[in-house]
Write a protein that binds this ligand. Structure first.
Ligand code: HDE
Length: 675
């Protein structure tokens, strides 16, 4: 079972190396550099079918990018349930802990075009395709617990407002412009999601360190037909971590592929990212027992009230062989479900169930996208659907209709008891209305809860993020409207932002009285591990030789150690041992690392000293763990960089390595005074 998807993909793979070159018709080609001409200085001839086929194919290489989530990166892996979920769902892939289900996951940003940078402030997508025996199941999640709007009919408006403005197509991949903030102030159901996106969750450190939330409410159905409302979660085993905003912006220039590179490299070197799979469950009869509507996608189900049961684990362990064929052509759809998983009446989900299939038709050019290898289920497909662009399946026989007698009435719908999908028979009645339920009308309580749940540094980051984003808005009126709106979340937030962006403090000066908190919302409470963190080690010729043993020790803690100097090549230590330099001050910057170890050497020239100091200074400003040892200590002292929380200095201290590791395991030192 677990190798089935891989075997299937293998049948589509080619390895062109060392093969004779052919046309797409399989004709061997004798020349691929010169088009066919009448004389070596003459015109190219129409009959050059190879030239025409090659260039025509090239001219048609691009397909429309996704209208949202255009920039993404995917990987293969597997999923295993920890214990049978039989009590709640009959979904086969959630029954047997011994069963491994192949998966493909695509991570994405939402707003930027396909070539935009990875570290912009945005929501991230995390879409998972489970290739189950019962058919493909797609869990199309985001890295935030809520969404901007409550009804799918508003999605085009939200995205129009958020994308670059239509008259000049500016700005790229950011919400920091007038139309977005105008939409926010005039559609106040967005308040809660805006708090998430202005928080550190908007600038993740890595795809490997993001949570995934289904946001929408689904149903689990067991074999007896009993239903539970369910929301799905991915919890990264490395914890949930973020960049700081200045760093995120600089990375956009230094390495726009920062997140995809991080995922690709982690998988290539065997550091397989893992997420635990969690479910929040609510009994049907408890539907109305909460102070929010459980179908409202602008509300979280607070984890302290409705615990997340951890039921399985996903490991990503294989990079794709071909980005376009696999990642770009992957087509997800929340309507791809298996028996045991069903929908709720969440109006956002209901609209999504239309949109995803529709979008694939334009993007992938017709109704046969399920036959593209990455989308092809491992379960057999039999039905009377025929023809259309790029049909691969060769259906035999003359019968393509149901019911029939000529083919013994096959293919045949089968009963639920034998695995046929049957929709949950929810009783529904009501007037036909264009309306929103009263129970969806509280737009601020959970936004306040989010704010209340943040640590002091997180609150500061949110104030700064608002000040940046709304500060970029040109319309004074829009700015003021946003200040008035967020005074409903926190007077402190609205007043400080108003001050920073030069508009009036909010008219409404009454601080919201709500005190509810949900500690699970704060990244302060996440797991912090050393595993796979990237440490920049700054070395020069004449470095103290025994640093090699320190580096080995750091590596044994699963840290990724990379050596930086003023030029590539080898650097020699005091004991003549050598180390290879992987990067120079020109090719990388401190923003690409989680911590810095300044070692230096005896031969520091002024240029090295200056570059290295700038490198460490930036890490210092970003609250990163810093170690300074041997020559590095002196040079940091000279530059006043040794006095700071999380800066470990003292070459003579035998505990140096332990203390440096402690500093790294804190990830960031928010209490450090950086100004
Ligand atoms: Fe999507 N969304 N979405 N979305 N979404 C798409 O489908 C849509 C929403 C999400 O890696 C599109 O194949 C509507 C919530 C992810 O290929 C499109 C609404 C959540 C991805 C679409 C939403 C998501 C998409 C564009 C409001 C989190 C990328 C390309 C009702 C739970 C999947 C595509 C990938 C992609 C529609 C809201 C997640 C246009 C109408 C809420 C992760 O069909």
């Amino acid at each position: 079972m677990d190798n089935k998807k891989q075997e299937q993909l293998n049948t589509f793979r080619t390895d062109d190396l060392a093969q004779a070159m052919t046309t797409n018709q399989g004709l061997k080609i004798s020349e691929d550099e010169f088009s066919l001409k009448a004389g070596d200085r003459g015109p190219t001839l129409m009959e050059d079918f190879h030239f025409r086929e090659k260039v025509t194919h090239f001219d048609h290489e691009r397909i429309p990018e996704r209208v949202v989530h255009a920039r993404g990166f995917g990987a293969h892996g597997e999923f295993q349930v920890y214990k049978s979920m039989q009590e709640f769902t009959k979904a086969k892939f959630l029954q047997d802990p011994a069963m491994k289900t192949p998966v493909f996951v695509r991570f994405s940003t939402v707003i930027g075009f396909r070539g935009s940078a990875d570290t912009v402030r945005d929501v991230r997508g995390m879409a998972t395709k489970f290739y189950t025996e019962e058919g493909n199941y797609d869990l199309v999640n985001n890295n935030m617990g809520v969404f901007f709007i409550q009804d799918a009919i508003k999605f085009p408006d939200l995205i129009h407002a958020n994308k670059p403005e239509p008259h000049n197509e500016l700005p790229q991949a950011t919400a920091a412009h007038d139309t977005f903030w105008d939409f926010i102030a005039n559609n106040q159901e967005t308040a809660h999601q805006v708090m998430w996106i202005m928080s550190d969750r908007g600038i993740p450190r890595s795809f490997r360190m993001m949570e995934g939330f289904s946001i929408n409410t689904f149903r689990f159905i067991n074999a007896e037909g009993i239903a539970h409302f369910v929301r799905f979660h991915w919890k990264p085993l490395l914890g949930v971590h973020s960049l700081v905003w200045d760093e995120a912006q600089k990375i956009s220039g230094k390495d726009p592929d920062f997140h995809r590179r991080d995922l690709f490299e982690a998988i290539e070197c065997g550091n397989y990212p893992e997420w635990e799979f969690g479910v929040q469950l609510i009994k049907e009869e408890d539907e109305f027992n909460f102070d929010f509507d459980i179908l409202d996608p602008t509300k979280v189900w607070p984890e302290e009230e409705i615990p997340v049961n951890i039921i399985g684990k996903m490991t990503l362990n294989r990079n794709v062989d071909n980005f376009f064929a696999e990642t770009e052509q992957a087509a997800f759809h929340p309507g791809h479900v298996v028996p045991g998983i069903d929908f709720s009446n969440d109006p956002l989900l209901q609209g999504r169930l239309f949109s995803y299939l529709d979008t694939q038709l334009i993007r992938l050019g017709g109704p046969n996208f399920h036959e593209i290898p990455i989308n092809k289920p491992i379960a057999a497909v039999h039905n009377n659907q025929r023809d259309g662009y790029h049909r691969q399946m060769i259906n035999r026989g003359n019968v393509s209709y149901h019911k029939n007698s000529l083919a013994n009435n096959t293919p045949l719908p089968i009963a639920e008891a034998e695995g046929g999908y049957e929709h949950y028979q929810e009783k529904v009645e009501g007037q036909k209305v264009r309306a929103r339920s009263e129970s969806f009308n509280d737009h601020f309580s959970q936004a306040v809860m989010f704010w209340n749940s943040m640590s002091a540094p997180e609150k500061t980051h949110i104030i700064n993020a608002f000040s940046f984003e709304v500060g970029k808005v040109k319309s004074k009126s829009v700015k003021q409207q946003d200040i008035e709106m967020f005074a409903n979340v926190s007077g402190e937030l609205a007043t400080k932002v108003a001050e920073n962006i030069g508009v009036n403090p909010p008219q409404n000066q009454t601080e919201p009285k709500l005190t509810k908190v949900s500690p699970a919302l704060s990244q302060e409470n996440t797991i912090k591990k050393l595993d796979t963190l990237k440490i920049a080690v700054i070395l020069a010729d004449g470095f103290q030789g025994n640093i090699i043993e320190t580096l080995a020790l750091l590596r044994s803690k699963k840290l990724d150690i990379e050596i930086i100097s003023d030029k590539l090549g080898m650097v020699k230590g005091t004991d003549n041992r050598e180390l290879e330099v992987q990067h120079t001050f020109l090719t990388v910057s401190s923003v690409l690392f989680d911590a810095v170890l300044a070692v230096g050497g005896s031969n520091l020239n002024q240029k090295f000293d200056q570059d290295a100091t700038n490198f460490v200074k930036e890490a210092f400003m970003h609250y990163k763990p810093i170690g300074a040892i041997y020559a590095g200590e002196k040079w940091l002292q000279e530059n006043n960089l040794t006095n700071g929380i999380g800066v470990v200095v003292n070459s003579n201290n035998r505990k140096f390595t332990g203390q440096f590791l402690d500093s790294i395991s804190a990830h960031r030192h928010w209490d450090r005074k950086v100004y």
